[in-house]
Design a protein around this ligand. Structure first.
Ligand SMILES: *Cc1c(COP(=O)(O)O)cnc(C)c1O
Length: 372
């Protein structure tokens, strides 16, 4: 393609857009299948909270109105949920929006840099590049744990942000909170640590792994949470950041007005109240995760310990089947999981924990694929 005459920033020309999980419709059409199961995007296997659905219906008639600026009802509900001051919360159109705001508000393009692990959630890199901030990547260690020393060494006086995902995506690895706190304390006060806790409530002991308890003791800590996973609201786009009040104010002054819409706000508040749905989800995911891990190991796959609602694994080398072939075979049978090619991990696959029935179907199709 020849370049057009109008300007397009050079950073953007090199972009590969975010690689989402394949959609059910796409695979149904491609392989002429009646039924397709998706275990690729870490969505909630139980759907979404009935109370959230009711709130969306009840608010449908009010969508002609703009939302209340700053979403105070939602912010107050979040503050009560986490027992922290409302001034520490920034809601967003998915936590993706909060990531985007941090990257645009904190570093000055061409001057500051951003540090993260490789591989890590691709939004960090895409948004950093778009902002014109240098993006420094520190490889994870062989067992997919964080190289704290390497991350610290990559940080200098021009580092604005360090991103850490706990539990990590795509491995599911989760360091004890004490390790992350030690790392936070080692950073210069000019550098913010952003801990993305998108999957934190699936971990076996949230109090031992989350940085939210003790948040107030840090002046350079941001924690990201989302409604997309355990609350089952990926499609409505709602997430939030917990951060020092000064920074929250700056982000709110720079963001798009009304990015959290009326339905998202109502659904989020109802989802926080629906403790039954949330608890049922967490229990189903922990049970399904244990079932899948055991069954994958019995199938001679190498499974990585996960505190999230997905498992990363490698098919057995002895059977001579590449991860790619297993992935393609599963697709042709109507089972969508995630190939980790786009994370630079071609030999690895990731499967989201599904419902009990979906988990059993996945294991039986995988065993067929390994045997064929
Ligand atoms: C899924 C996910 C999110 C959530 O993004 P939303 O924009 O809130 O849907 C954030 N971070 C990581 C690492 C994720 O995997």
């Amino acid at each position: 393609m020849t370049s057009p005459a109008y300007p397009v920033r050079s950073e953007v020309s090199g972009f590969v857009s975010y690689t989402p999980g394949l959609s059910i419709e796409e695979i149904r059409a491609r392989f002429h299948l009646d039924s397709v199961v998706k275990m690729a995007s870490n969505e909630n296997p139980l759907g979404c909270s009935p109370l959230a659905q009711k709130a969306i219906k009840e608010n449908a008639a009010y969508v002609f109105r703009y939302p209340q600026s700053g979403n105070p009802r939602l912010v107050n509900a979040l503050a009560a949920y986490h027992r922290l001051p409302a001034a520490n919360f920034v809601p967003g159109n998915g936590s993706d929006e909060v990531i985007d705001l941090l990257v645009r508000v904190c570093p000055t393009p061409g001057e500051h840099n951003i540090v993260a692990s490789r591989p890590s959630f691709s939004m960090y890199k895409i948004q950093s590049r778009l902002c014109g901030a240098e993006f420094r990547e520190v490889p994870l260690r062989g067992d997919f744990s964080f190289d704290w020393r390497g991350l610290r060494a990559a940080v200098d006086h021009k580092t604005a942000l360090v991103f850490v995902t706990t539990p990590d995506n795509p491995s599911g690895y989760c360091p004890p909170a004490a390790d992350v706190r030690r790392f936070a304390a080692s950073l210069p006060s000019s550098c913010l640590l952003v801990v993305d806790e998108a999957y934190m409530d699936f971990c076996r002991d949230e109090a031992a792994f989350s940085l939210l308890p003790g948040f107030a003791g840090f002046s350079n800590l941001v924690i990201l949470r989302t409604f997309s996973k355990s609350f089952g609201l990926a499609g409505i786009r709602l997430g939030y950041g917990v951060m020092p009040a000064f920074l929250a104010e700056r982000l709110l002054s720079a963001h798009m007005p009304f990015s959290v819409n009326i339905l998202a706000e109502a659904a989020g508040i109802a989802a926080l109240e629906d403790t039954v749905f949330h608890k049922t989800t967490i229990e189903a995911v922990r049970e399904g995760r244990a079932f899948l891990a055991r069954a994958l190991e019995e199938s001679e796959c190498r499974v990585f310990p996960s505190e999230a609602n997905f498992l990363m694994f490698q098919p057995p080398e002895s059977r001579g089947k590449s991860a790619r072939r297993i992935f393609e075979t599963l697709l042709s049978k109507g089972m969508i999981i995630r190939s980790l090619h786009s994370y630079g991990l071609p030999g690895y696959l990731r499967v989201s924990v599904g419902s009990a029935e979906e988990n059993r179907l996945f294991i039986s199709l995988l065993r067929e694929a390994l045997a064929s």
